[in-house]
Design a protein around this ligand. Structure first.
Ligand SMILES: NC(=O)c1ccc[n+]([C@@H]2O[C@H](COP(=O)([O-])OP(=O)(O)OC[C@H]3O[C@@H](n4cnc5c(N)ncnc54)[C@H](OP(=O)(O)O)[C@@H]3O)[C@@H](O)[C@H]2O)c1
Length: 349
């Protein structure tokens, strides 16, 4: 686990910071953002928005990361386990957006625990050691589940974690809460299932269920589907208006899979999956999906046997707190379909 005190020495002039092409200098810009996970699905879209809004954006990138066309980001090359890089990344930043994380769809349980839990510890160590403004930590709605007869989970419904992903995110949340209760200033956001262009996991699978005649079945259960741009609005609103130490669910429409698949098909003129996969088959299919995923290198939902259980439940969420305290709003699924469909047809079909 990462230490509570700064573990590292000062970053040398060569350490961590990569050359930047056309980046504006921090002095020229009003606000500086440091973004971990800047090369990911959500992080790259957040960087684009921050740049469009005039921020100076520093992004953490692993040497192997695909940085896309984010040429105006100042890249800091390293990973979550390099304290010097993290310190130079966050020092002097008005906002630290910690999004780097990993799920069971792309890593084994040990790596998931290490990246999400220890990685967050290292980011907090760097924030403690530097001069930073507010930290916004992106966790997951999965650390919350509705209890009893309630249909919608709220921030207060802290759940017993299922699997390494939820467990590591729940621990990271406690680290962040402790940081906020001390000298730090931090807010945690909990997005539900994010739908948008560039996501080869959830978004591509949901679209395939709505569009592909060869996709015979949809999943039982239901979920909260939130558009990529809505989540970014929520993250920025949490930075601006969130209370120190507070948690905010950033959700979207709560839909059963069959409803979501039907609406995609209606909008796009596709062939929706007609039959629900029986819950028992999904439970049994968890381990199969693990094997298929390993062999084909494709992300298959449910990602493992523990997540399989969740695929058959209705995982509905309330975004009321974010609405009331942050002014957060979400759009219906159809508002997010055009860019997602355009990407899917180019990149996935
Ligand atoms: N997508 C969703 O539906 C969803 C829902 C709720 C919460 N979230 C959370 O939102 C965050 C972003 O998710 P995403 O969907 O954008 O995931 P993603 O596309 O897989 O991006 C993950 C990012 O984390 C980086 N990363 C992973 N391990 C790292 C390490 N050891 N050091 C430094 N960087 C590392 C990745 O770098 P590389 O580019 O090098 O791989 C990438 O930039 C995650 O924390 C996730 O748990 C996502």
């Amino acid at each position: 686990m990462a230490t509570e005190t700064p573990p590292g020495t000062d970053a040398g002039p060569e350490t961590g910071q990569a050359s930047t092409a056309s980046a504006t200098s921090a002095e020229d810009s009003e606000r500086v953002a440091a973004v971990t996970g800047a090369t990911g699905f959500l992080g790259s879209a957040l960087c684009e928005r921050l740049l469009a809004e005039g921020w100076t954006v520093r992004g953490l990138s692993r040497p192997t990361s695909d940085r896309g066309d984010l040429d105006d980001v100042e890249w800091y090359v390293g990973d979550l386990f390099e304290p010097e890089t993290l310190r130079s990344l966050v020092d002097g930043a008005d906002a630290v957006f910690h999004l780097a994380g990993i799920g069971l769809w792309s890593a084994d349980a040990d790596t998931v625990e290490r990246v999400n839990r220890e990685g967050t510890g290292y980011v907090l160590d760097a924030c403690r050691a530097g001069d930073v403004g507010r930290l916004v930590f992106t966790s997951t709605a999965g650390t919350r589940r509705a209890v009893g007869d309630d249909e919608f989970a709220t921030e207060a419904d802290i759940a017993e974690p299922i699997g390494a992903y939820q467990r590591s995110k729940a621990t990271a949340e406690r680290f962040v809460d402790r940081y906020a209760a001390g000298d730090g200033d931090a807010v945690t956001v909990h997005p539900t299932s994010i739908f948008g262009p560039g996501d080869t996991a959830f978004t591509a699978q949901l679209l395939s269920m709505g569009l592909e005649p060869t996709m015979p079945a949809y999943l039982p259960g239901g979920l909260s589907i939130v558009g990529l741009e809505d989540v970014i609005d929520g993250i920025l609103a949490a930075y601006e208006h969130g209370g120190n130490g507070e948690h905010y669910i950033l959700g979207g429409e709560n839909l059963t899979y069959d409803r979501a698949v039907d609406r995609i098909a209606t909008f796009a003129g596709g062939s929706p999956a007609r039959l629900p996969v029986p819950a028992a088959a999904i439970h049994a299919a968890g381990p199969v999906a693990e094997v298929v995923g390993t062999v084909t290198d494709r992300q298959v939902f449910p990602f493992d046997r523990q997540m399989a259980r969740l695929a058959t439940d209705r995982m509905f969420y309330s975004s009321r707190k974010a609405h009331e305290e942050l002014g957060y709003e979400y759009q219906p699924l159809e508002a997010h379909l055009p860019p997602a469909l355009e990407w899917y047809r180019t990149a996935c079909q």
